[in-house]
Design a binder for this molecule. Structure first.
Ligand code: CO
Length: 326
């Protein structure tokens, strides 16, 4: 009964001309913000790609990338991920530098997000320093699957069919897509929206509609095609489904206020908090996790410690296809 009532309210709203003007304004803001975020992401990729070299520290790459995003007028939609070899995703430099350095034979993935007013683009690429024969085509595999997937994007397409296509291409290169990862819809202030755009034909099943924003994201591995959480975590995000909770520590309350104000529900790095709160970051985060107020994004490793490559672009669905944003 409530649902019916809500639906009626919504249709009344649509018939109201003042509201449709507002809708038009919102649409304009969305388009302009997404395009600007996309241009920034493109420029940042061009800037950082040549800096990814053997002997360079991960922290230097991550910091330079994040700095460039803000210099160009964007905001990081999540901490820059720099994931090496079997690490598939969610590594960012920790609060205290762990000294991680790019080595000979590394397969490096950079995943970055830019937002303007909460309108997010998400993009990633891989750089391979490993000459092993079985890695020869791994980036070509993810890039080719990404291109093919993109060509299928138009209103009415089911994401399941795109997943099937991606799976076919990645497997055609003798790699395995990762079942727990893949593309996703992006909504305002939400990196992972409701709809998914998987990389397996057995998953997905959402219909693509005009105005949808999607990150088409491909992961190929030399392993079994599955990832698991490691026990390290340097990225967190607010849990929007948890209400008020009692917090004992002063630092927890301060950190929570800071997160609400600056990141909302977007993922953030413990390293970012380290700049604001010298002391108490670790304990503060721990209490917030225990109370269910924030969630951990653990570093993800391929199950068999095998190699993983990644390619990702963000597109906006148009009447007759898509507009590439990144
Ligand atoms: Co993504």
């Amino acid at each position: 009964m409530n649902e019916t009532r809500e639906k009626k309210d919504m249709s009344e709203k649509r018939n109201n001309s003042e509201n449709s003007e507002e809708d038009e304004e919102e649409k304009q803001l969305k388009l302009e913000s997404l395009r600007k975020a996309g241009e920034i992401a493109q420029e940042v990729k061009k800037f950082i790609k040549p800096e990814i070299k053997i002997g360079v520290k991960a922290l230097d790459i991550v910091s330079a990338t994040e700095k460039k995003i803000s210099e160009l007028g964007g905001v990081c939609a999540f901490p820059v991920n720099l994931s090496i070899n079997n690490i598939a995703a969610h590594y960012t430099s920790p609060f205290r530098d762990d000294g991680l350095t790019i080595k000979d034979n590394d397969l490096v993935k950079i995943d970055l997000g830019v937002h303007i007013e909460g309108y997010i683009v998400d993009t990633a690429f891989s750089v391979n320093f490993n000459k092993e024969e079985n890695l020869e085509n791994i980036i070509t595999a993810t890039d080719t699957a990404l291109q093919a997937a993109k060509m299928m994007v138009k209103p009415g397409t089911n994401t399941k069919n795109i997943g099937k296509k991606i799976e076919g291409i990645v497997k055609g290169f003798n790699y395995i897509p990762i079942k727990e990862l893949g593309g996703h819809q992006i909504e305002r202030w939400r990196v992972h929206g409701t709809k998914s755009l998987p990389e397996l034909g057995s998953q997905g099943g959402d219909e693509i509609e005009v105005g949808d924003v999607f990150a088409i994201e491909i992961f190929a591995s030399t392993g079994s095609g599955s990832v698991h959480d490691t026990n390290s975590c340097h990225i967190y995000a607010l849990n929007p489904y948890t209400g008020r909770v009692p917090l004992r520590r002063k630092s927890s309350k301060q950190i929570l206020g800071f997160i609400n104000k600056n990141y909302k529900t977007l993922p953030f790095a413990e390293r970012w908090l380290g700049k604001e709160f010298q002391m108490g970051v670790a304990f503060g985060l721990q209490e917030l996790v225990q109370q269910g107020k924030i969630r951990r994004h653990y570093v993800l490793s391929e199950e068999k410690e095998a190699y993983v490559a990644q390619s990702e672009e963000t597109i906006l669905v148009t009447e007759d296809g898509y507009e590439q944003l990144t």
